[in-house]
Design a protein around this ligand. Sequence first.
Ligand SMILES: CC(C)(COP(=O)(O)OP(=O)(O)OC[C@H]1O[C@@H](n2cnc3c(N)ncnc32)[C@H](O)[C@@H]1OP(=O)(O)O)[C@@H](O)C(=O)NCCC(=O)NCCS
Length: 389
Amino acid sequence: MEFKEFIIRSYEGQSDRAQVEDLERRCKVGPSETMLDSMGDPISRIRNSPMYIMLVAEMDNELVGFIQGSIKVVTLECHPPKGIAKVGYVLGLRVAPQTRRKGIGSSLIQRLEEWFNSNDVDYAYVATEKENHASISLFMNKFGYTKFRTPAILVNPVNNHHSFRISSNIDIAKVNIDKAESLYRRFMGTTEFFPSDIQNVLRNKLSLGTWVATFKWENASFGLNGPNIGQVPKSWAMLSVWKSGDIFKLSIGRAPNSCLFFTKTWSLVDKIFPCFGLSTIPDFFSPFGFYFIYGVYHEGPCSGKLVRALCKFVHNMISKSKDENCNKIIVAEVGGRDEELNNHIPHWKLFSCPDLWCIKALKSEGKNTFHELVTDTQPRSLFVDPREV
Ligand SMILES: CC(C)(COP(=O)(O)OP(=O)(O)OC[C@H]1O[C@@H](n2cnc3c(N)ncnc32)[C@H](O)[C@@H]1OP(=O)(O)O)[C@@H](O)C(=O)NCCC(=O)NCCS
């Protein structure tokens, strides 16, 4: 095919929306052939970030690619002098199948990095599927990104027929947003990638709330909704819930054979023995939305149990909700030192997978921090921002 020139320009909502949505439908991502439906608003995934941009590639008046980026300030303890850094997140890179391997993806990344540089960004980072060779080769081999973290994505279908019993020894309470902000700043403020604008995350309409669990016998006077944090119990846990299904839906094009076999067998058992009350396996091949558990924190000798109780509580809350806009799926992402949370957050191994985060220092003075980040054998806990899921 003859090579044609293309231009890179900013996305214009009114005139580009339909073409972007069409291109999104034609681009399957990674071996699972995941597709994203942005439900009429292609910038819905970035518009909740402090700064964002979407660039498109145009060839002969036709859109042949696009990319999105967002900027925020986060905690990076090893970044001098204050342990905070400006980071740029790269997401939603798509190039039309018939125009691939012509440098369009590279030009989009280059222009996005220029925007990051003009806004004084210290590090750019991207999350991709571990098996997405095109994306990994593009970011790592061509643009010099380095593997940084591999948090686990934990997926748990909600069972509409079943409510989990929560121990009567455990108290679960919803905290107001001001209290949630103080708790997060005090206990997770030094977590890697903790966003300095956490108040915007918690106040966003997609954030359904923050819940804290404690043991009754500790009689904790946490002062949950007063101005002060009060006395902190020996063991406690908290988490928040974000409703991603209101802004985008995903669908999977191809599932591993093991997964198909399991799904068929499960449905058959459910049909023959409805009395078992098995979870309905969501149809991952049709567009589905999900609820995202974020900001999971726990401390104290028995706090794993409290995390589990909070997850059961979230499950029960979602199973009762009448909302049709979201399939009943709960997703969490945990990494770094928090990986042991896998043992406490209920999930189906078959549907869960690792994510690959890659990072690049954009300024020469950030190289030392960068080296420390990518060679750290005992990484800190990682805050996965629900705006970037
Ligand atoms: C990944 C993607 C954006 C690449 O776009 P592109 O315009 O083809 O990329 P470029 O032409 O700029 O490729 C630059 C380099 O990336 C690497 N690369 C790109 N596609 C590749 C592939 N399929 N396999 C291996 N390496 C690949 C190569 O090193 C290539 O250089 P080369 O062509 O000189 O060998 C495109 O394949 C795509 O849209 N895929 C589906 C969506 C997706 O996976 N997005 C990434 C999500 S993070």
